[in-house]
Write a protein that binds this ligand. Sequence first.
Ligand SMILES: Cc1cc2nc3c(=O)[nH]c(=O)nc-3n(C[C@H](O)[C@H](O)[C@H](O)COP(=O)(O)OP(=O)(O)OC[C@H]3O[C@@H](n4cnc5c(N)ncnc54)[C@H](O)[C@@H]3O)c2cc1C
Length: 121
Amino acid sequence: MTYDAIIIGGGAAGLFCAITAGRRGRKVLVIEHNAEVGRKIVISGGGRCNFTNKEVSFENFISQNPHFCKSALAGFTPQDFVELVKKHKIAYYEKKLGQLLPRKFSCDRRHATHRMPQISR
Ligand SMILES: Cc1cc2nc3c(=O)[nH]c(=O)nc-3n(C[C@H](O)[C@H](O)[C@H](O)COP(=O)(O)OP(=O)(O)OC[C@H]3O[C@@H](n4cnc5c(N)ncnc54)[C@H](O)[C@@H]3O)c2cc1C
């Protein structure tokens, strides 16, 4: 089998990269050495999946190149993620300080209500 892109690591960054490449018609392989992808996603927000923060800005990141964070956040804003969540009719709420979480979420994969792959298409 041949792929247009091979992504090492199925965390938040790798999965989103795979989604973006897939939407552009690329054939993508994600290689993850854990038994499941997105492990940190499901434990974020105290196990409730903190999918974005509407108050986030480049000033919240420590980087040797702060301009990278400016351009990265300008390319895909927290509001863009909110629109994605709305598009898939996932109800959400603000926990505190701009933290947004789905209303129904379980990190128990046997009973998961919303999982990241569900919003991938
Ligand atoms: C307990 C906890 C709570 C958190 N709570 C929040 C929160 O409330 N809000 C928030 O915004 N963030 C939170 N975070 C942080 C957030 O989860 C991470 O910043 C985010 O998930 C990082 O995504 P990533 O894709 O950059 O890295 P990772 O999630 O670390 O993904 C990297 C992936 O690559 C895989 N990998 C690495 N090397 C290889 C290899 N050689 N071959 C194959 N696979 C490999 C790893 O197994 C992993 O799955 C929390 C993190 C933790 C641990």
